[in-house]
Design a protein around this ligand. Structure first.
Ligand code: ZN
Length: 211
């Protein structure tokens, strides 16, 4: 085989692989600028292969960076046919500091998207009535917010995204440019890096024990 042929073969192979990777996920709308990270996170959730999910930028989301929710149009459909939207804040506004999505390291962004896909996994188990009740509770109960955010992380960790989730948390908590107010919110509602580590290790232990 000549060198040129060899390179053409490599090129052909990598293009085919890229197409195959895209085709594994149907019904997804993903903005170009976060395509790599989103596809990387989706690989961890084969159950969501056929689920309709739209990833969409929004100028500002109150108090958070990303938000997963079922679409209004599909909320009364059967669970199997429910569609979801993941809103992503164009600017990551953390008090006076302003980041844009491109300032965030790729792995951190992947972890962030993984957390949102964890919410989708959680929603999938809920009935329509359960979803509505769930939305209302999220507005009024701090204990409920805590429970829901932990569930999203737990789903992501159980799907093998522990290291990414950890990076996302450390990025926020160790970042000098992020305000204490935001960090306090993260600390009070979200799982701590130590708890994430514990869950990762538990998973490893389970894997190590022969069934
Ligand atoms: Zn969340």
């Amino acid at each position: 085989m000549t060198l040129t042929r060899f390179f053409i073969a490599i090129l052909y192979f990598s293009t085919t692989m890229a197409v195959a990777q895209e085709n594994n996920f149907k019904n997804k709308t993903i903005p170009e600028s976060i395509r790599t990270e989103t596809l990387k996170a989706l690989q961890f959730f084969p159950e969501l292969q056929d689920t309709e999910i739209t990833f969409k930028f929004k100028d500002r989301i109150k108090k958070s960076t990303m938000q997963a929710q079922p679409t209004w149009g599909s909320i009364f459909k059967s669970r199997k046919n429910r569609a979801y939207i993941i809103l992503i804040s164009r600017k990551i506004q953390i008090d006076e500091e302003e980041f844009t999505i491109t300032d965030i390291p790729s792995d951190v962004l992947t972890g962030w998207i993984g957390h949102e896909l964890g919410h989708v996994m959680d929603y999938r188990n809920r009935s329509t009535f359960g979803m509505i009740f769930f939305g209302l509770k999220y507005l009024f109960s701090k204990a409920h917010i805590k429970e829901v955010e932990r569930a999203a992380d737990t789903f992501a960790i159980a799907h093998g995204m522990g290291e990414y989730i950890l990076r996302t948390k450390n990025f926020i908590l160790d970042n000098a440019n992020i305000s204490e107010t935001y960090k306090r919110r993260i600390k009070s509602f979200y799982m701590s890096p130590e708890e994430v580590m514990e869950l990762i290790n538990e998973g490893k232990l389970k894997e190590a024990i022969p069934q």
